[in-house]
Design a binder for this molecule. Structure first.
Ligand code: GAP
Length: 539
């Protein structure tokens, strides 16, 4: 079962070093996050997989890495200066600011309905270029990577001699001054996008739009988000972005956040290339564009068959790396029973849970809202305690729960049982796992075991394809759990048999390889390890 609550993912991400709040030691920065040692590996693996699938494994794609800072005119003619706005309202009672379409007329902070009329708020960040701060020296941080592709269309076309249809892929940072960043990585102010602008002959755009929809669904499946978990939202005309003729939003059901966009696949028509071109009246554009007096180029394509210069249409699949990572973590997350806990110990936890809930019900210092939320969650848990025991931790982390004294007893009863009988596992596709292989010596104070384990680690790491780590900081069972929790698909143990000092001489030179998902172990000769694992970690 995927994660049932965003808190599970936030806690894991912090505990194990996937994600940290930015500038945390100074109180953080709202809507901005840092990727820790495991987060950066997972993020890089997602990007590499996207690039491999969309650039290397196709014959019709090129890559690009355009700068974040661009001439301000790019954003004038793209339409962003005028239309890249969200509706902003102020609460007159508590003075908080909100995005009008997120709050249904009620201030989420104080409950007041006394709100100002919505007014447009442009989401582009401004910065200053050069030492003189005047009206001509400011630039924007790009709010999408797409424009870097459009303004380089002619450069790529002339240097690669591509014929339509072809696409340009780019991965890079984008910045949006979101009014209310929230929901962890879901809505942030600095994020990365993986974007494709795919240029096609006008008239073939609708067919290519469908083809990209199918291709993109296949990729999501490949990285662990099954087709059944994605809903396709055919965006209605009144919700379309200013450049779009039609957009399919791929929607994922995030815990707590709900069904939300993970990728947009838009038909941008000839809007962008047309907007950035000179001599627009000679280009037979179908889109309504801003009249351009500044561009020095016609962003057209010479079609040899018809002998005409035309402006291609564009299909744009655009996905956020952070939203992708969040979905991958939610989808892969599971808390599961490894062996049944003794009935009497489970019954004792059940009793402690009931006393905790009684105490919550009687506590007058808790707000009604906090009390109801804790009671609802606790009763749900009580009904399936064997399967859901690890959720006691989230119950006790709910707002107000720390005020309940008997919570300590509940934690004391539950924690050892959770540690011994349950595991948290991230069932990531091996190709995405931050660490592919972990190598342990059976004893850390045994020179030969340690040296052999370190040699195995070095051997596996040398090829560069499999991030392999060595760990000897705990008992083997504990080390397995630690790797399960971060999604490492394979753990290797070097034991006395490996070094020829065990019971079975035939096992000399072999190690045990434990599979994360099945928890089964197999004996594999060290000489064959690399080949054995390489195939599997590509999966
Ligand atoms: N070039 C088209 C474009 O930027 P978009 O729907 O605004 O379209 C594309 O953004 C993707 O970027 C979204 O599907 C989402 O995955 C990601 N994204 C957009 N705003 C985001 C934000 N504030 N935080 C995290 N990801 C965001």
């Amino acid at each position: 079962m995927p994660a049932t609550s965003l808190d599970q993912i936030v806690a894991l991400a912090k505990r194990r070093g996937f994600i940290f709040p930015s500038s945390e030691i100074y109180g953080g920065l709202q809507g901005v996050y840092d990727y820790g040692p495991l987060g950066v590996e997972l993020k890089n693996n997602i990007i590499a997989d996207w690039w491999r699938t969309n650039v290397y494994e196709r014959d019709d794609m090129e890559g690009l890495d355009a700068a974040i800072l661009m001439n301000r005119l790019v954003w004038k003619y793209s339409g962003h200066e005028e239309t890249f706005n969200d509706p902003l309202v102020d609460c007159r009672t508590c003075k908080m600011r909100w995005r009008a379409d997120h709050i249904h007329g009620v201030c989420p902070n104080c409950g007041s309905r006394d709100l100002t009329e919505p007014r447009p708020f442009n989401m582009m960040f401004r910065t200053q270029i050069g030492p003189v701060a005047d009206s001509g020296s400011f630039a924007y941080l790009r709010p999408e990577t797409a424009q870097g592709i459009f303004v380089n269309f002619a450069n790529v076309l002339t240097t690669t001699a591509r014929k339509l249809p072809f696409g340009i892929a780019q991965v890079g940072k984008a910045f949006r001054n979101e009014i209310n960043p929230r929901n962890f990585l879901f809505r942030v102010r600095e994020f990365e996008q993986m974007e494709i602008e795919y240029f096609v002959m006008p008239g073939t755009d609708e067919e290519w739009h469908q083809r990209w929809l199918e291709d993109r669904l296949k990729w999501w499946e490949q990285i662990g988000i099954p087709r059944s978990r994605i809903t396709i939202y055919d965006v209605p005309a009144d919700e379309l972005a200013h450049y779009s003729k039609r957009t399919f939003d791929l929607m994922y059901d995030y815990p707590n956040i709900g069904v939300q966009e993970i990728e947009g696949i838009a038909n941008r028509t000839d809007y962008d290339l047309g907007s950035h071109s000179k001599d627009q009246d000679q280009l037979n554009l179908t889109a309504r564009v801003n009249h351009n007096e500044d561009s020095i180029a016609r962003l057209t394509y010479f079609d040899q068959a018809s002998g005409r210069h035309l402006v291609p249409y564009v299909i744009e699949p655009s996905a956020g790396v952070g939203r992708c990572m969040l979905a991958v973590l939610c989808e892969g997350y599971a808390e599961e029973l490894t062996k049944a806990p003794p009935a009497e110990r489970l019954a004792a936890v059940g009793e402690a849970l009931q006393s905790f809930l009684k105490s919550v019900g009687r506590n007058e210092k808790l707000s009604g809202e906090a009390r109801d939320a804790i009671l609802a969650r606790g009763q749900e848990l009580a009904q399936a305690l064997t399967e859901r025991l690890p959720e006691v931790e989230q119950l006790l982390a709910m707002p107000g729960a720390d005020q309940i004294e008997v919570g300590k007893k509940l934690r004391g009863q539950a924690q050892p049982l959770i540690d011994e009988h349950y595991r948290t596992v991230l069932r990531l596709k091996p190709r995405l796992a931050p660490i592919k292989v972990a190598v342990f010596p059976l004893k850390r104070n045994h020179d030969q075991l340690v040296a052999t384990a370190k040699a195995v680690r070095r051997q596996l790491q040398t090829g560069g394809e499999m991030r392999t780590i060595y760990d000897d900081t705990g008992a083997i069972g504990k080390l397995y759990r630690r790797q399960d929790e971060i999604g490492t698909p394979f753990c290797i143990t070097v034991d006395f048999d490996t070094i020829g000092q065990g019971k079975d001489p035939a096992l000399a030179g072999t190690v045990t390889v434990r599979d994360r998902d099945t928890m089964t172990q197999e004996r594999v000769p060290i000489a064959e390890l690399e080949g054995y694992l390489r195939e599997k970690v590509r999966g």
